[in-house]
Design a protein around this ligand. Structure first.
Ligand code: HEC
Ligand code: HEC
Length: 213
């Protein structure tokens, strides 16, 4: 039997998410209000490097890949990094491994660290791709319209992350977290995009993106 790629239209399960998103939107609006001037200025990457010595052990650098299950931050969109660090600092995104690590960090610190990681290149590519799984992932990504938000080459833009060449295990975990409503980002786009997507389809999407060229 051949695997058929099923194209789904995103649906939003509003009842589950609306309360969460309301509080969340307020927090993000407050953040924007307090730091829009900073968001428009470029962070100081040298200052960010000094500040982020402890982060590279898990997240990697240009020379070393991140640890298993940890997202690479190199070449990531700086505005996405700032926003995620803000969410983690404020306890709106729970990352047990990082609990308390951003306490006392100013918004300027977030911007400087984001500028540092965004300017990093990525470590050498992931192991060889499985051709069939890769092709299935490519068809799914096209059918599900991932590039309509993540843009050409899946490089992202502003608060939308780069997802090309991210670690495969992290992609699997994050896509499942959105599907299962365990992670909500700045809005519910990803929860809608992943609504009822199977584990097998998630595996194919992650494989394709991790090996994107
Ligand atoms: C002990 C390991 C560890 C350390 C040290 C660590 N992190 Fe993390 N970080 C994680 C994990 C694990 C995640 C992803 C959690 C998840 O699955 O949602 C994460 C997520 C992130 C994200 C979101 C990335 C994305 O693609 O969504 C950012 C940004 C981040 N960390 C920044 C930092 C910074 C800045 C530091 C240093 C102050 C740091 N981290 C230190 C483990 C770590
Ligand atoms: C309607 C716009 C939209 C669509 C369609 C979309 N995304 Fe996203 N995606 C986002 C936004 C916005 C975020 C950031 C959410 C957050 O703050 O957590 C995101 C985050 C992600 C992340 C988390 C990356 C990280 O580093 O933590 C992954 C992985 C991802 N998307 C993959 C996909 C895939 C695969 C598809 C297609 C099946 C897709 N996205 C479709 C808007 C979209």
């Amino acid at each position: 039997m051949t695997d058929r790629v099923i194209v789904r239209r995103p649906q939003v399960r509003r009842s589950d998410l609306v309360a969460h998103v309301t509080g969340f939107a307020a927090a993000v609006a407050l953040f924007c209000f307090s730091s829009c001037v900073f968001a428009q200025s470029k962070g100081d990457a040298a200052r960010g490097e000094a500040k982020s010595a402890a982060c590279a052990a898990c997240h990697g650098t240009s020379k070393s890949p991140p640890l298993a299950g940890m997202p690479a931050l190199g070449r990531q969109q700086p505005e996405f990094l700032v926003l995620q660090m803000f969410l983690i600092r404020e306890g709106l995104r729970d990352v047990p491994e990082m609990r308390g690590m951003l306490n006392g960090w100013s918004d300027r610190d977030l911007g400087d660290v984001a500028a540092y990681f965004a300017a990093q290149t990525l470590p050498p590519a992931n192991a060889k791709a499985d051709a069939a799984l890769h092709a299935r992932g490519a068809a799914l990504a096209q059918g599900m319209g991932c590039a309509s938000c993540h843009f050409g080459n899946f490089e992202g833009q502003r608060q939308i992350p780069r997802i090309a060449t991210q670690r495969e295990d992290y992609l699997v975990a994050s896509l499942k977290a959105y599907r299962d409503n365990k992670r909500t980002g700045i809005d519910t786009s990803m929860n809608a995009a992943m609504y009822q997507v199977s584990d097998a389809d998630i595996a194919a999407l992650a494989h394709y993106l991790a090996h994107y060229k």
